[in-house]
Design a protein. Sequence first.
Length: 132
Amino acid sequence: MSRLLLDTTFLVDAERSDHDLDVAVDDDDDVAVAAISIAELRVGVLLADDRRRPSRAAYLDDLVSTLTVVPYDLAVAEAHAELLVAIRVQGRPRGAHDLIIAATAKATGRTVVSADAATFADLPGVAARSYR
């Protein structure tokens, strides 16, 4: 069993894909999402046209009711601060939301599942794997 944190790229691909992304996640894996990913997906719902909005909203509602949503709490804030220092020292900036996802994974001992695991490379205490 793996403790996984699905990043937003995985979730968007899962919504849009006709192929089975279940190959990236085993039935016995402990799967969660970061609260920031829910915010990113909600933006997609709010910006969707009238034709797509209902299906996107239903997908997001299903995710929230099915998966554990990890909040930005004190442990995540501490991990976030450590990662902010690390990227400043490295001189390699990262996207703000990606860094929060990484901090969530670090604080909860989860591996990020992403379309772009390189985004999370060289972040201390953060494991990531690509599903593509």
